[in-house]
Design a binder for this molecule. Structure first.
Ligand SMILES: C[S@@+](CC[C@H](N)C(=O)[O-])C[C@H]1O[C@@H](n2cnc3c(N)ncnc32)[C@H](O)[C@@H]1O
Length: 406
């Protein structure tokens, strides 16, 4: 039966099968279609495809379903590289050509900008990663306490499960070096973790850096982006697609300096990625970061790469405005906050200081759109929206928005 039943709370029976044409994807990677006007969501499909699905949950205004069969396949559908695809929760887009993934992500950014930021501005096609598989330089597989039968899978969360781990022996989005080192790291976790740790479960770190693949979060490691070397502890934050990073920092540098700013502030600077990579384009750069160890590394990284025009302060991002000597009308500001976006106090102080140019880098375009709306109300105009695909085959995207004062 195709038609939702005539009562509001249960439009379909549990496990009822229905057919429809997929209209679009949400930014979480779910296909959206309608059966007699009722919205049904299903993963691992491509817009335009006709699909048969099995309903497993009804909500107040839509239902969730599993894919049973693709009845009419999209020309953009391809075989996924990973045998665990659809069972491992890590990837959502391996069944689509890379070109289609970029188009879908671009459209998601555009929709989020419109819906959450009331921003009507064309979004440039997402800049693709030069390496589409084997690009991720850091993975953190987990393991739970052993199961009743004594098995202890080491891998990632299963698709659609909150706490169930799927055993992963090889991850095609992780670098080749990580995959080569993975069997031994899995063995080591099982052996050297000892009985106590085995009982609790835990997380493995695998970071592919200049020194090789490192597992100890405390180990000091190095990455090179363009001419700059970055050192930091293996467990600390550093962008994890090294293949696209030179292109991302080049874009940020050219956008930040587009109107001739002489000074740059890197808010949420981490170990100095943007400040130090762009320092040669500015007379002086300053960074601010809440993590003291990250700031210490940013300072050390100046010395390692012989950069003399950068300084860094520890504190919440808004601390940078206190005593900042750079003239606002000659200053560009790079903003790269965590997923939750900028704090209100930072947004307010930024609008009082009024830097000439803003380049807002974000891994969550939803919170970014909310912040942008405030900057636009405060007098800024968007000049470019350029997503960068740091995360091929997943639903994630890094979005870079450039703004000027009107
Ligand atoms: C997405 S990371 C970006 C780091 C850096 N721009 C990079 O690309 O390597 C966000 C950074 O913001 C820092 N952070 C989080 N909340 C902060 C706050 N309120 N003020 C300043 N930094 C903060 C985190 O420690 C983290 O290093």
């Amino acid at each position: 039966m195709q038609v939702p039943k005539n009562f509001v709370s249960e439009p379909f029976d549990y496990h009822q099968e229905v057919e429809f044409t997929v209209e679009s994807l949400t930014n979480l990677g779910m296909g959206v279609g309608r059966v007699d006007g009722w919205v049904v969501m299903v993963p691992f499909v491509v817009p335009g495809e006709r699909v048969k699905v099995r309903i497993f949950r009804n909500f107040q205004n839509y239902s969730d379903a599993d894919l049973v069969e693709v009845l009419e396949s999209s020309p953009d559908r391809i075989e996924p590289e990973c045998p665990l695809y659809t069972r491992c929760g890590g990837c959502q887009y391996q069944h689509m050509t890379y070109e289609r993934q970029l188009k879908e992500k671009t459209q998601h950014v555009e929709e989020l900008m419109q819906k959450l930021g009331e921003i009507e501005f064309p979004v440039d096609l997402a800049h693709g990663s030069p390496q589409v598989y084997h690009y991720r330089s850091k993975i953190t597989p987990h393991y739970n306490r052993p199961e009743r039968d004594g098995s202890q899978p080491i891998g990632f969360l299963q698709y659609g499960r909150r706490n169930q781990i799927i055993d992963v022996e090889h991850c095609p989005i992780a670098t080749e070096a990580i995959n080569a080192a993975f069997p031994e790291a899995r063995e080591e976790a099982r052996r050297a973790g000892g009985k106590k740790r085995r009982q609790r479960g835990g997380t493995l770190l695998m970071r592919d850096v200049l020194e090789g693949v490192v597992n100890d979060p405390q180990e000091i490691v190095s990455e090179r982006v363009g001419a700059v070397t970055f050192q930091f502890k293996a467990g600390e934050f550093f962008q994890n697609n090294p293949f696209i990073l030179p292109e991302l920092v080049e874009h940020v540098a050219s956008e930040a300096s587009a109107e001739g700013a002489r000074y740059l502030v890197d808010a949420y600077c981490g170990v100095g990625l943007f400040a130090l990579s762009t320092a040669k384009s500015f007379e002086q750069v300053a960074g601010v970061e809440i993590s003291e160890p990250a700031v210490r590394w940013a300072q050390a990284n100046c010395k390692i790469s012989n950069i003399k025009n950068a300084r860094f302060v520890i504190g919440k991002a808004e601390a940078i405005f206190n005593g900042l000597k750079f003239p606002a009308d000659e200053t560009a500001m790079v903003i790269d906050p965590p997923r939750k976006g900028c704090d209100e106090s930072f947004r307010q102080q930024l609008l009082q200081y009024r830097p000439q140019r803003l380049v807002y880098v974000s891994c969550d375009p939803a919170t970014q759109a909310r912040d942008l709306k405030e900057f636009i109300a405060g007098g800024y105009t968007i000049t470019r929206i350029q997503p960068f695909d740091l995360f091929p085959h997943t639903r994630h995207i890094e979005n870079v928005v450039s703004l000027s004062l009107t």
